[in-house]
Design a protein around this ligand. Structure first.
Ligand SMILES: NC(=O)C1=CN([C@@H]2O[C@H](COP(=O)(O)OP(=O)(O)OC[C@H]3O[C@@H](n4cnc5c(N)ncnc54)[C@H](O)[C@@H]3O)[C@@H](O)[C@H]2O)C=CC1
Length: 495
């Protein structure tokens, strides 16, 4: 059973073996918008306690079957899911664009990342194994890596399909089942992932989608049959999730926000450094947790850097996210756009200089006139105490700061409670590794930025999170170790 309560114009075709449920009772529906046009896309009916319980029960029943399969058997279904995603790539990407507002070019890359993640963990599913330990007198012990049970995934709105895959792939590979709750702002594509798993032959109830916001999320976290919660979102919500999970002593994975630094030294390849700064700030309209929004540039190259970065920022094509030529689409919602613009106003008041952008943008196409667009912004003359340098803006706003020495820039880069990512551009190999050693961040980039291959772990230091997603290590976050002692002699009793 899958609890899906999405109604509207974009109802994907029914598939054998899974069922959509809509509310039997009247409840408060919420509008879901298309950011590119501002029109209402569909309505969302939040799931209550009854539906959450049904979804968890379905997942529990699927767990009974799924956890008994061998890794090879699970892998076969996951690989099939990856093939289906590949075949439906364009349709899923378009749906992501319509619901999220990002460009089709980026949405396709997100769908690819989701597929690669499922392929990668399908491979790892076949490698799960324990250890054999020889003990005195012929006795021995062995360990078994076992799944946790029903895992909950709670997603943010910036990478709706990718987050659902990044959470479900390692969970399913380990033999768990999942109930996933997307953000109520972007509820559409997680439903498509549920369709994909079902079509690939997953047992009924293996991957369920419940719709809703805070209340639905809390019901999931407190549910006694839920073994683990994996969350992507803001720091304040992450703290609440941790608190709720603690009532049942449930492990959590938290992928939270950042205010990451990007350090550009005077010996950098300037063109690459500028490209890196753009990648660090403007993907997904700047709504990326790992963004390097504090760009520290050595004072000797600052004028040239600023000239080049502003020139290339001004050239970014903004508009209809479904067009191939568009590089920046719409922000996710009207309130979020207003919030981002208010950060730009605040920066001006605090003495930063708007070098380009930071204005609402109205595309020439009349159908897009109510969309949530803005021009990407570069703020110059920033100082460490400014709000734009301290707080996560989560929009296309780059703050440029000047520095003189390595020691100084490291101290300033680490002067934050967050630690998701960090980057350094330099041609000096020794400096690159020395700097990275001192950066307090979970994901560090040398001479690039915002590259997230699924084979490597991703996650934060400090208040940016707990646990990791992707890479081999994530298997440990979705499984537990059982130790089995085997006596081959007599019991040496003290009594
Ligand atoms: N580290 C990472 O990988 C990422 C971090 N983020 C962070 O997420 C934020 C933006 O995303 P939002 O969706 O606005 O974040 P949010 O924290 O408001 O919501 C995230 C999810 O949690 C749910 N939620 C909210 N309150 C809850 C509660 N009390 N109990 C259970 N669930 C609850 C929401 O419905 C949504 O599905 C940014 O601050 C960004 O930094 C976003 C994407 C990736």
């Amino acid at each position: 059973m899958r609890v899906l309560r999405l109604r509207g114009h974009h109802s994907p075709a029914e598939l054998l073996g899974w069922e959509r449920r809509t509310s039997r009772e009247k409840c408060n529906t919420e509008h879901v918008y298309e950011p590119a046009t501002g029109r209402v896309l569909c309505h969302l009916e939040p799931c209550g306690a009854v539906e959450v319980d049904q979804a968890v029960k379905a997942a529990k029943s699927a767990f009974g079957l799924w956890s008994k399969l061998s890794g090879m058997e699970r892998a076969r279904i996951m690989i099939e899911a990856a093939h289906i995603i590949e075949a439906r790539r364009e349709e899923i990407a378009e749906m992501e664009v319509v619901n999220n507002g990002k460009s089709i070019t980026e949405a396709r890359l997100d769908v690819d990342s989701a597929r690669l993640c499922i392929e990668y963990y399908a491979g790892l599913a076949t490698t799960l194994a324990g250890q054999h330990v020889q003990l005195p007198g012929g006795s021995f012990a062995y360990t078994r890596r076992e799944p946790l049970g029903v895992c909950v995934g709670i997603g943010a709105w910036n990478y709706p399909f990718q987050i659902a895959a990044w959470k479900s792939a390692p969970a399913l590979a380990c033999g768990n089942s999942m109930v996933f709750k997307p953000s109520p702002v972007t509820p559409v594509t997680a439903v498509l992932l549920a369709e994909v798993y079902a079509a690939a032959g997953a047992p009924e109830g293996l991957f369920n989608v419940v719709q809703g916001g805070q209340e639905t999320g809390s019901l999931l976290c407190y549910h006694p049959d839920v073994a683990k919660v994996s969350f992507t979102g803001s720091v304040p919500t992450g703290k609440k999730i941790m608190e709720m999970a603690s009532k049942g002593v449930k492990p959590v994975t938290l992928e939270l926000g950042g205010k990451s630094p990007l350090l550009i030294f005077e010996d950098s390849d300037l063109e690459n450094a500028v490209s890196g700064a753009l990648m660090a700030n403007f993907l997904s309209q700047g709504q990326v947790c790992s963004n390097g929004t504090r760009v520290f540039v050595h004072k000797d190259i600052l004028p040239q850097f600023v000239e080049d970065v502003v020139k290339r920022t001004r050239a970014i094509e903004i508009g209809d996210p479904l067009l191939e030529s568009t590089r920046m689409g719409a922000l996710v919602s009207r309130p979020h756009l207003e919030n981002v613009l208010s950060f730009v106003d605040q920066a001006k008041k605090e003495g930063a200089s708007v070098l380009c952008g930071g204005e609402p943008f109205v595309p020439s196409d009349p159908k897009l006139k109510d969309g949530y667009y803005m021009t990407p912004c570069v703020l110059g003359y920033c100082t460490d105490d400014m709000t734009c340098v301290k707080e996560e803006i989560f929009g296309p706003v780059m703050s440029v700061l000047s520095f003189e020495t390595e020691q100084e820039v490291l101290r300033r880069a680490n002067d934050t409670t967050l630690g998701l990512a960090a980057g350094v551009f330099t041609r000096d190999v020794k400096r690159a590794h020395r700097v990275v050693e001192h950066l307090q961040a979970g994901s560090c980039f040398i001479n690039n930025y915002n590259i997230t291959p699924v084979e490597v772990p991703f996650g934060g230091f400090k208040m940016s999170g707990v646990g990791r997603e992707n890479g081999q290590v994530t298997i440990e976050h979705y499984s537990q170790l059982k130790t089995v002692f085997v006596e081959m002699g007599d019991v040496d009793s003290l009594f």
